[in-house]
Each structure stands twice: as C-alpha cells, then as structure tokens.
Design a protein around this ligand. Structure first.
Ligand code: HEC
Length: 183
C-alpha cells in the first residue's frame, strides 16, 4: 500500500515536471525575453522541466529552415513561428528539427492551449463572422487558409495586428496545425 502511494506520488511529480504549457503574450503576438532577447510567440507549446519560484525552465521544440538558424517553427511546413533567437547557436539542431531551452516568468505560461489562443480566437470571430457564420478552422489546411485569408482580407479590412493574430490562429487550428484535427 505504502509503495503504491509513493509510486503514484512519484509519477504525479514526474508528469507535473514534464507538463506541456503554452506561452501567453498580453500585448501583440510575441514577447522579447529581457536578458537573452529571445522572441517567443503566443501559443507556443513548451515542455516545463524545472521551476524555481517564478522562473520556469522550459524547452521549445520545433522545425527549422536549413538556411535560417534563428527561427523555430511549429511544423515542418515552416508556417507558424514559435521562437526567434538573436544568435544561431542558441538552438540545438538535429537535422531539420531544433530545440531551445529558455527561462520564462511563470506569468507568461498557461496550462491550456485554448486559454493561450483565446485572444487570437476572439480576433478571428470578431473579424471573420460579420458576413457569414464562423468557418470551421480544422476543415482546411494551413496552405488553404493562406489563400482563403488573402481573398477575405479585402472584406475584413484587418489591421496588421488583426492579421498576425488571425493567421496564427488559423495556422494553429488548421487540419494540419498543432491543435487541429485529432490533436
Ligand atoms: C464583408 C463580408 C465578409 C467578411 C468580413 C469576411 N467574409 Fe468570408 N466570405 C464573404 C462572402 C460574401 C463569401 C462567399 C459566400 C460564402 O461562402 O458565405 C465568403 C466566403 C468565405 C469562405 C468560403 C470560401 C470558399 O471558397 O469556400 C471562407 C473560408 C471565408 N469566407 C473566411 C473568412 C475569413 C477567415 C474572414 C476573416 C478574415 C472572413 N471570411 C471575413 C464575406 C466576408
């Protein structure tokens, strides 16, 4: 009985330590970390591996363009930016994938993907449901959304900040996005 309790405690700790969290940015779609100047984008999934008060050490994993050592993307089509670093050697590279370890204040992290993406989702509903009901995001791929968005832009009259939010939202929740169908 005691052993089982200890084991379940151990596994609870383990899953907490390696839990996935999501970056939440208050203003705009990205934030620049104060000392490292690494730019992290809203909604980026991170693996939390240690906590020290308000400081959380996390890893961001993603895909890279062979000719750009400074950007990490969510998927291998390189459409959704997760992070950008000032120096190439910040990201550990393995083939076309990369991993970046950073420290963040816990106020920038939330446990639910939908909470992190809420602000961008609101912008999508605000800009894209004036003339028709909301289109189902997971019914299209990221590439299809790019074309559809381009044709709707003239109707929706988005600001640059609207576009940044809506496009990121569409790409994250697209059929082939990190939060799309079956994810
Ligand atoms: C000023 C009106 C207006 C706004 C704002 C608007 N749309 Fe549309 N949209 C239309 C019309 C008109 C159609 C064609 C009829 C239909 O499919 O409902 C359409 C069609 C669509 C379609 C279907 C196209 C196809 O080929 O299947 C998608 C997807 C779409 N809109 C997405 C969006 C998105 C995303 C936004 C926000 C950026 C947006 N719309 C904002 C008027 C608008």
């Amino acid at each position: 009985m005691k052993i089982i309790t200890k084991m379940s405690l151990f596994f609870t700790l383990l899953t907490n330590i390696y839990a996935t969290s999501y970056v939440l940015v208050e203003e705009g779609v990205s934030l620049s970390l104060p000392t490292s100047k690494i730019v992290v984008f809203n909604g980026t999934p991170v693996e939390v591996f240690s906590t020290n008060g308000d400081n959380i050490k996390v890893a961001i994993k993603g895909f890279m363009n062979p000719s750009d050592e400074k950007s990490l993307y969510a998927t291998n089509n390189l459409k959704l930016l997760l992070a950008q670093v000032p120096e190439g050697n910040f990201i550990k590279k393995t083939g076309n994938q990369g991993s970046l370890e950073i420290e963040m204040n816990k106020k920038h992290l939330v446990e639910s993907a939908d909470t992190a993406w809420e602000k961008s989702a609101d912008r999508f509903y605000e800009k894209c449901t004036k003339c028709h009901a909301a289109k189902v995001v997971k019914e299209h791929t990221m590439l299809e959304w790019e074309g559809l968005y381009e044709s709707m832009k003239e109707f929706a009259k988005p600001t640059d900040d609207d576009s940044a939010n809506v496009l990121r939202y569409l790409r994250a929740y697209a059929k082939d996005g990190i939060l799309g169908e079956g994810k």
